[in-house]
Design a protein around this ligand. Structure first.
Ligand code: TYD
Length: 142
């Protein structure tokens, strides 16, 4: 694993995004390298998640991400191999930063929830760690 395996859940946090409010609604915007520490190379979103389902169940070697509840709400459980921390996302102007080397599970999706993900890299299957025991071994070998 790359040096990123030293990361902990305490390197992950909720950040407040800009929000412009007027009587006709709100707008939130994000500019890479200004609001986030990286240029955004990829955007994807999870939606139509059936009640009771969970997503994630993996870590990344290098990928940095920000997660936003663009609609509805869900919980994100982060795990660095030693400490677990759960964040609840339910407002579109807050984003959860997830650094590399952190196992994540997403659950408790509300009906109609949309999980918007802003990512530092294009999709690469080789960047995933999908085996939890392998993840623990990699974190322990840091
Ligand atoms: P995955 O990241 O495992 O989803 P989750 O963590 O939400 O459970 O991705 C599910 C599938 O979608 C997997 O087959 C890979 C594919 N996928 C892409 O092709 N490109 C992408 O940018 C993403 C995020 C997933």
């Amino acid at each position: 694993m790359k040096p990123n395996n030293k990361t902990t859940v305490f390197d992950c946090a909720i950040v407040e995004l800009p929000k412009v409010h007027n009587q006709s609604g709100n707008i939130t915007f994000v500019e890479g390298k200004k609001h986030f520490p990286f240029d955004i190379k990829r955007i994807y979103y999870l939606y139509d998640v059936p009640g009771g389902e969970s997503r994630g169940g993996h870590a990344h070697y290098d990928l940095q991400q920000f997660l936003v509840a663009a609609g509805g709400s869900f919980d994100v459980q982060l795990d660095d191999g030693t400490v677990k921390k759960t964040f609840s996302l339910n407002r579109p102007h807050y984003a959860l930063q997830i650094v590399p080397g952190i196992w994540r599970e997403l659950n408790n999706f509300s009906s109609g929830a949309i999980c918007l993900v802003l990512a530092s890299e294009l999709y690469q299957a080789a960047d995933y760690i999908r085996d939890y025991r392998q993840f623990l071994a990699l974190k322990a070998s840091q």
